[in-house]
Design a protein. Structure first.
Length: 216
């Protein structure tokens, strides 16, 4: 299968009072093809309940669900994968519990991304590419888009640039070699999540076609 390219992360603070499933389903209609469920406030049982409903909806659209951090939640809802930060459990530990799942890892340098790939990660998130006020990304040094192409030549797995990715900054990431993007606020906080996702998808598709057309 072709690995997904437009990755949406959820955030309960950005959603506010809007229903998670409604916003995510709208984004999926617009072209989001992989979703990470991330919730730092709900209990594990509540996360299992909410993520389970999210997976049922995503299954209808053929979109894989990734669970942030909690392998128990991923296992209970039969998610496609688990996403780990640098201070979470190891890939080896996650694989022991979820042997067939995709394992993604947040990375902030070429060395971290290479280590994740060597340890068996399925994909990496890499950033923050641009300044952002979201999560801990806002506290990390911006890595910039110039490292995207060298990284993709270094690791044999999909790379999702993340951090400050908007329609305005996406072009710079694509020009630097990106073929995928992980997006949060620019879709999740948009008045029209479906339209916002569609705009991202069109840019990614245009880049993909240009790359294909230029291949001898």
């Amino acid at each position: 299968m072709n690995f997904p390219r437009l990755y949406l992360l959820t955030d309960e603070k950005i959603l506010g009072s809007r229903p998670l499933l409604d916003v995510v389903e709208a984004a999926v209609r617009g072209g989001v093809d992989i979703v990470q469920y991330r919730n730092k406030t709900k209990s594990i049982p509540d996360q299992i309940e909410e993520a389970g409903r999210l997976k049922e909806m995503l299954d209808r659209h053929g979109v894989p669900l990734i669970i942030n951090d909690h392998s128990k939640v991923a296992w209970r809802v039969k998610a496609a994968g688990l996403h780990l930060g640098q201070t979470d459990q190891s890939i080896l530990e996650a694989r022991a519990f979820l042997p067939t799942a995709w394992i993604g890892v947040s990375t902030h340098s070429v060395d971290e991304a290479k280590a994740a790939a060597d340890a068996g990660a399925t994909y990496v998130g890499f950033g923050p590419i641009f300044p952002t006020g979201t999560k801990k990304q806002g506290l990390r040094p911006v890595v910039g888009p110039a490292l995207i192409r060298p990284l993709q030549l270094t690791v044999p797995i999909p790379v999702f640039p993340i951090g400050g990715i908007t329609l305005e900054t996406l072009d710079a990431a694509l020009a630097a070699g990106a073929s995928r993007a992980a997006v949060l606020s620019a879709i999740l906080a948009a008045p029209d999540p479906e339209g916002a996702a569609r705009n991202f998808k069109e840019r990614l598709d245009k880049k993909s076609r240009a790359r294909y057309d230029s291949t001898p």
